[in-house]
Structures are given as structure tokens and as C-alpha cells.
Design a protein around this ligand. Structure first.
Ligand code: CDP
Ligand code: MG
Length: 145
């Protein structure tokens, strides 16, 4: 496949709490993306800080950390053509209230922090985030290469 990419996606604790796991994964799969790895877990502050490194120190960071560590989330790696931009567009704008209807955030939320999903925003962040959440996947690839 040309332009094949991988991206790191989180179904945040609000999505899990609201029983939207199947609905959200269904949208990615229907769009043609492949679930390459998936795991449910509750993360600690260390992983939250590493994942959201660029946000540490912002005025909303502590609330974001409290939210993302508050309960189980689903982490996954999605793969497909131009997956990074495709997933960001499928998710919609960060603030659910600004997100277009038809997007995940636009259909299921009104909040800015509790906005259901995360997705990598560039090839560089995808590589960094996949390394953080699924180090085994990178090792498998290295072995296969
Ligand atoms: O997730 P996305 O890349 O769309 O947005 P971001 O600007 O990278 O922010 C990361 C996350 O921080 C958002 O998805 C929100 O959950 C949270 N956030 C927040 O709680 N308050 C803000 N003022 C901005 C972002
Ligand atoms: Mg971001």
C-alpha cells in the first residue's frame, strides 16, 4: 500500500465509561483502518506525563493528567493509507463543541477535556507514541525487517 502509516489512538476513560468502545472502533474499521495492536489499561502519572510531554506545565495539564489516569482506557495502533490524517479527521476538532457532526467528537461530546479520543498528529509523534505504548510492536517490526 502506498502512503501506509501507523498512528497511536486512545479511547480515553470517558469513552470507556460511556460504553462507546465498540461504536468508536467500528468507525475506524468501517473507514478501512486496520487494528494492528490493542490493549486496555489504566495508566499512571509517569506515562501520562510522557505521553502528554508537550502539555506538561500548561494551565490545564494537571486536570488532563487526573482525567487520563482516572480509569481504564483503550490504546491501539491503527494502520492504513494516510492513517494519521484520516484518524485526526475522523476524530474531529479537539473541543467537541467545535467538532463537525459526523466526527466522533462532534457526534458524542460537548466537552474540551473529556473529548473521547486521542490520535497522533504527525509521523514523528506517531513513532514516539507507538514506542511509548507498544514497544513490543517496534521490536517485532525490527525483527521482521
Ligand atoms: O487531542 P488533540 O491533539 O486534539 O488536542 P491537544 O491540543 O493536543 O490537547 C491534548 C488534550 O488535552 C486534548 O485532547 C484535551 O483532552 C486536553 N486539553 C484540555 O484539557 N484543555 C485544553 N485547554 C486543551 C486541551
Ligand atoms: Mg495533540
Amino acid at each position: 500500500m502506498t502512503d501506509k502509516q501507523r498512528t497511536l489512538v486512545l479511547l480515553k476513560p470517558d469513552a470507556v465509561e460511556r460504553h462507546l468502545i465498540g461504536e468508536i472502533i467500528g468507525r475506524y474499521e468501517s473507514r478501512g483502518l486496520k487494528v494492528r495492536a490493542i490493549q486496555m489499561r489504566t495508566i499512571d502519572a509517569d506515562l501520562a506525563r510522557a505521553h502528554y510531554a508537550e502539555h506538561v506545565g500548561r494551565e490545564y495539564y494537571q486536570d488532563l493528567e487526573d482525567f487520563i489516569t482516572s480509569g481504564p482506557l483503550v490504546a491501539m495502533v491503527l494502520e492504513g493509507r494516510k492513517a494519521i490524517q484520516v484518524v485526526r479527521a475522523t476524530n474531529g476538532k479537539t473541543d467537541c463543541a467545535d467538532a463537525e457532526p459526523g466526527t466522533i467528537r462532534g457526534d458524542f461530546g460537548t466537552q474540551k477535556r473529556r473529548n473521547l479520543v486521542h490520535a497522533s498528529d504527525s509521523p514523528e509523534s506517531a513513532a514516539r507514541e507507538i514506542g511509548l505504548w507498544f514497544p513490543d510492536l517496534l521490536e517485532q517490526d525490527a525483527e521482521a525487517a
